[in-house]
Ligand binder design. Structure first.
Ligand code: NDP
Length: 285
């Protein structure tokens, strides 16, 4: 059966997620159908001990690539043949692409975010505040810096994680970066262009959770982004919209990392609107 699929169709896989109702699968396959691509995106759960065999299997079956999620984003690296620039800087891979017989690890989370951001503003020369210092914040901050942001402020609860990210940004990406220990409501400094929630605050089911922030310091015209895809209309998205900010919700980043993955795997530039509609159906928006 696997061989039959291998000969008839190109395959991409998504490692490490539960098999039922996977939003990424719904989104990617909607794009494949829309563009008449005879491809499949499979959701396959892989236990950590089976990762090496799973990657070997993907090679053997001629997968065009795959996404990987927690807990495989770092562990997958030793099984690959090389890394793209930002994946190498971050030390994390969420998208693997077969190029000339080699499996290359990329990180499309931050690139997807920057594609969303570019629809509202050019990151070049911007001053950016990011809440969080986990995987999403690392991906976004590195990519925003590579896109030319001139100052990045990391606001995080855990001091160790926050300072580690700031050191990475200063030492490896060579951008001006500061750490702020997050205590009480954070006031966004004057002159900030972009504010990003890259924490898990507001993710379903804790939908009423608020990012600790003085919302009066969000000014009209600022770009405010939230990475939370479910629900897309987080409290931060609502607060920022009310204050006249330009807002990016978590679906924007999710759609755009998918756009980049499909482009890498198939060479086709998929329609983001089709992909967003598929996600909205899954999330009941
Ligand atoms: P991590 O676990 O790596 O990091 C979580 C971050 O959130 C840490 O900085 C953590 O702070 C902070 N945090 C969590 N709860 C609180 C709280 N109550 N108060 C203050 N800070 C808090 O997760 P990821 O970075 O991988 O993911 C973060 C979010 O990004 C998830 O909700 C995920 O759904 C979303 N995401 C969205 C994507 C998209 O395409 N839209 C892509 C990838 C992720 P501390 O260090 O102090 O623990």
């Amino acid at each position: 059966m696997a061989q039959e699929l291998n000969f008839k169709q190109e395959l991409t896989g998504c490692f490490g997620q539960p098999v039922a109702e996977n939003p990424t699968q719904a989104m990617v396959e909607a794009a494949y159908r829309h563009h008449g691509l005879d491809w499949r995106y499979l959701t396959i759960e892989v236990a950590p001990d089976d990762l090496a065999d799973a990657v070997r299997g993907a090679r053997a079956m001629g997968f065009a690539g795959f996404n990987c999620t927690i807990p495989h984003k770092v562990a997958v690296i030793e099984h690959l043949d090389g890394l793209g620039e930002s994946a190498s800087l971050m030390g994390a891979v969420n998208c693997v692409v077969r190029r000339g017989g080699q499996l290359i690890g990329e990180n499309t989370d931050g690139k997807g975010f920057v594609e969303s951001l570019r629809t509202l503003t050019d990151p070049q020369g911007k001053s950016v505040v990011i809440f969080g210092a986990g995987g999403a914040a690392r991906a976004i901050s590195v990519e925003v810096a590579l896109a030319g942001a001139t100052r990045i402020t990391i606001v995080n609860r855990s001091i160790d994680r926050g300072t580690e990210l700031v050191e990475l940004l200063r030492d490896k990406v060579h951008v001006a970066a500061d750490f702020v220990s997050w205590a009480g409501n954070y006031s966004v400094p004057e002159g900030t262009d972009v504010v990003i929630n890259a924490t898990s605050i507001g993710l379903f089911p804790d939908v009423d959770a608020r990012v600790a922030l003085d919302v009066d310091t969000l000014k009209a015209g600022m770009v405010v982004a939230d990475v939370i895809p479910n629900p897309p209309k987080t409290q931060l998205v609502r607060d920022a919209t009310e204050r006249g900010c330009k807002v990016i919700d978590g679906l924007g980043m999710l759609v755009n990392q998918g756009v980049i993955g499909i482009r890498y795997w198939t060479g086709v530039d998929p329609d983001p609107a089709v992909m967003r509609n598929a996600l909205e159906e899954v999330f009941g928006e």
